[in-house]
Ligand binder design. Sequence first.
Ligand SMILES: [Zn+2]
Ligand SMILES: [Zn+2]
Length: 200
Amino acid sequence: MIKKAFKDLGLDPSASLDEIKKKYRKLMFRFHPDINPNANIETFHKITESYNTLRDFKEGKLSPLSDLRRSYVHLIRKLVPDVYVRMSKENFNNADILKFDINIYCDNCIRDSKIPCFKCMKKGYLDFKVGKVVRKRECSNCAGRGFLWECDRCGGKGFYKKSIELSKNKAFKIKDDLYLLKETGNEYKGHRSDVYIILL
Ligand SMILES: [Zn+2]
Ligand SMILES: [Zn+2]
């Protein structure tokens, strides 16, 4: 499992926790659906899962006893992925309060009901043209599932938008153009993901 996780992230098994974190961040720029809408969602989940395994391994949290807890944490992280917000340097520098929209995972949906999505004709994706090339984009109406759930809160999408306003003081600087807001992102049953702010 550990060996495979190193391989998934394209890392040497001697890599340090810092190197693992750095590589993960780099990969997220390529594979996170918020940054690259054409990225393969399976790859995104695989990388995230391997990263969580390696981090737990390096932090000494990996033991058979914690397996159950870990699979629960993995599930939650899958449901509430980190959020990447893009913002111009100018807006960021001038703001005292940071404002952005995030997706909140909806726990009101009746998930055994399936209502066909007519925006994408149940396909889960929409075709769009880049020059002569036809590419696929995830259907935003059904979040790529091809169907909606019964829900009067989110309309069956599985998540709903929430506007966030936060003091800039809470943003932790990682690099000149990357800031972290811990546990302010997606939310599900009391669990919250992190928000990364990318300055353009
Ligand atoms: Zn819902
Ligand atoms: Zn759809």
